[in-house]
Design a protein around this ligand. Structure first.
Ligand SMILES: [Zn+2]
Length: 474
C-alpha cells in the first residue's frame, strides 16, 4: 500500500484522537481464538496458511540479508523477483518480466535541519525526513508559511495552485500542509515561485509516529529539498517563522524495474481474470505485511489453481514500484492494446492482508468501474455467511488496482488496514487496540515476520480462495 499521494490520509483515521502506539502481532498461540469458520474449509486453510508463512519467512530472510529492504532497485527486490519467479515456474506457469523505467532514489546521509535562533536541531526520521525524490542541497533561509492557518480546524493545505505562492519571498522555505493535489504539484509550484526548499507538515505524523517517507512520484523537475515533517514541527515553524539551515544529500538515477506476469501455457482462450499485488517494499522496511502478505497469498492461490483448474484463464501479477507511485501496474496496463485491455475480465488486488491490529476491509472504491460491485458482493456474502465482521472501504485507488480502474476494468480486493487508527467502534467489532494503528509497523523496519497476524490472514485466505474460484468457475 503506497502512502496517500495527496491529502486524504485523515479519512479513515479521523474518528480517533488518542496517540497511535505500535501494536505487534499476537504470538501465534493467540490464533487458537479464531472464530469457527466453515468446517470444510478449515483444514485447507490451515495448510494454506502454513505454506504462506513459509513464503513470508523466505521474503523476510531476503530483506534481512539485504539491508532490511526489498524496495524496487535494491538487491532485496531482485532476490524477491527471483524467488517468486522460481516458485511460479515450479507450479507450471510461464513467467515473463514486464519492464518499466523509474528513478532510483537514495538518501546519502541523514537530512539536517537546524533552527538558528534559538538553536535547535530537528531529527531526521523523528521530526523531518526528505521525501522520496527530494532534491539535494544546502539552504539557509527564513520559513514562510503558505496557507498555514493555525486557528482553523481545516488542515487542508494550500499550494496546489501557483497563485497560492504569489506573496512568497524568493529564496524562502515554503511551509505547507498536504493539499487536494499530488505533493509533487505543491513542491513544483513552490519551486517555480522561487522557494529554496519545501517543508510539508503532515497532520498524521507526530513525534510518536515519526515521519514516514511520502513519494513525489519521480525525480523529474524537482530540484529543491522537499521535506516531510510532523504536524508539531510544522506548527512550531509556522509560529516562529524563523530561519532554518537545511542540508539534504539525496540523489536519483534512471533504472529499469520489473514486474512479473505469470500464466498457464494451457489456459483456455477467452477473457482472463487477473490477480495481483505489489512485490516491492518501501526503502525503510522489509515489507512483510506490506506486501509480503499479499504476495505469499497469491503464490498459494496460484498453487491451488494449478492443482484444481490447470487450464483456468487466470493471470497472476507481481508488481514492482508500487510504493513509489504504482509504477509497475501503471506501466503494464498502459502498454496493453485496447483488445488486450477488454480481454481482462476483472482484476483482484491483495495488498496487506495480515495486519496485526486489523480491520477486515472489502474494496469498494467509488471510482471503480461497473462490475466491481459483483466482486465486492462475492467477498461480503462470503463474510456474511461465515458470520465474520467486515466493512467496505473506498481506497481511492491507493494500490495497484488504481491503474486498472483507470482503464475501466472491474476491480476488487481485501485489505486489513495500514497506518489508520482503530476506532473504539472497530475495537468492539474486531478486538485489538483502539487508538493504535491497524499496522503500527506500516512502512517501518519492524514490518517483519513478527508483524503478521495469522488469525486474520487465515480468514482472508478463505475469502480469497472462495472469490477466486467463484470467478473462475462461473
Ligand atoms: Zn506500502
Amino acid at each position: 500500500m503506497v502512502g496517500w499521494l495527496l491529502a486524504g490520509s485523515m479519512l479513515a483515521g479521523a474518528c480517533t484522537a488518542s496517540s497511535p502506539e505500535v501494536e505487534r502481532a499476537a504470538p501465534s498461540g493467540a490464533s487458537e481464538a479464531t472464530p469457527a469458520t466453515e468446517a470444510s474449509s478449515q483444514p485447507a486453510a490451515q495448510g494454506s496458511v502454513g505454506r504462506i508463512l513459509e513464503h513470508l519467512e523466505a521474503l523476510d530472510r531476503i530483506a534481512q540479508r539485504n539491508g532490511g529492504t526489498r524496495a524496487v532497485g535494491s538487491e532485496g527486490y531482485d532476490e524477491s523477483v527471483a524467488y517468486v519467479s522460481r516458485h511460479m515456474r515450479q507450479l507450471g506457469y510461464s513467467v515473463v518480466s514486464d519492464r518499466f523505467d523509474f528513478d532510483y532514489f537514495e538518501q546519502l546521509s541523514p537530512t539536517r535541519v537546524e533552527r538558528l535562533k534559538p538553536r535547535k536541531a530537528y531529527v531526521d526520521g523523528r521530526d523531518v525526513r526528505a521525501m522520496v525524490y527530494s532534491g539535494a542541497g544546502r539552504v539557509s533561509a527564513p520559513v514562510e508559511p503558505v496557507g498555514f492557518d493555525l486557528r482553523s480546524n481545516d488542515h487542508t493545505g494550500a499550494g496546489c495552485s501557483s497563485d497560492d505562492f504569489s506573496d512568497l519571498p524568493t529564496g524562502s522555505i515554503a511551509l505547507l500542509r498536504p493539499g487536494p493535489c499530488y505533493y509533487r504539484d505543491q513542491v513544483v509550484n513552490a519551486q517555480e515561485a522561487g522557494a529554496a526548499a519545501v517543508i510539508l507538515a503532515f497532520p498524521e505524523f507526530t513525534r510518536a509516529t515519526g515521519v514516514l517517507r511520502p513519494t513525489l512520484l519521480s525525480g523529474a523537475g524537482i530540484e529543491i529539498p522537499a521535506l516531510a515533517a510532523t504536524d508539531g514541527t510544522g506548527v512550531e515553524l509556522a509560529r516562529s517563522r524563523t530561519r532554518l539551515r537545511i542540508t539534504a544529500r539525496t540523489r536519483y538515477s534512471p533504472l529499469r524495474g520489473v514486474s512479473l506476469i505469470a500464466e498457464r501455457r494451457e489456459a483456455r482462450a477467452g477473457d482472463v481474470l487477473m490477480v495481483g499485488g505489489h512485490l516491492d517494499s518501501v526503502m525503510d522496511g522489509p515489507g512483510i505485511n506490506d506486501n509480503g502478505s499479499g504476495i505469499a497469498t497469491i503464490l498459494e492461490m496460484a498453487r491451488a489453481v494449478a492443482a484444481k483448474e490447470p487450464d483456468a484463464p487466470v493471470r497472476f501479477a507481481f508488481w514492482g514500484g508500487e510504493e513509489i507511485g504504482l509504477l509497475g501496474s501503471t506501466a503494464y496496463v498502459e502498454s496493453l492494446s485496447s483488445q488486450q485491455t477488454t480481454s481482462i475480465e476483472a482484476y483482484l488486488n491483495f495488498d496487506m492482508v495480515a495486519s496485526p491490529n486489523f480491520v477486515r476491509y472489502v474494496y469498494e472504491d467509488e471510482i471503480a468501474p461497473a462490475g466491481s460491485d459483483e466482486i465486492t458482493d462475492l467477498f461480503t456474502r462470503y463474510f456474511n455467511r461465515q458470520d465474520i465482521e467486515f466493512k467496505t472501504i473506498d481506497l481511492g485507488g491507493r494500490s495497484d488496482h488504481g491503474a486498472f480502474i483507470e482503464q475501466g476494468i472491474p476491480v476488487g480486493g481485501l485489505f486489513t488496514g495500514a497506518e489508520m487508527l482503530k476506532s473504539r467502534r472497530q475495537r468492539k467489532d474486531y478486538g485489538g487496540r483502539a487508538g493504535a494503528s491497524m499496522d503500527g509497523c506500516y512502512h517501518r523496519p519492524c514490518d517483519d515476520i513478527d508483524n503478521i497476524n495469522q488469525k486474520v490472514l487465515r480468514e482472508m485466505v478463505g475469502a480469497i480462495r472462495h472469490a477466486l474460484f467463484a470467478l473462475l468457475t462461473r
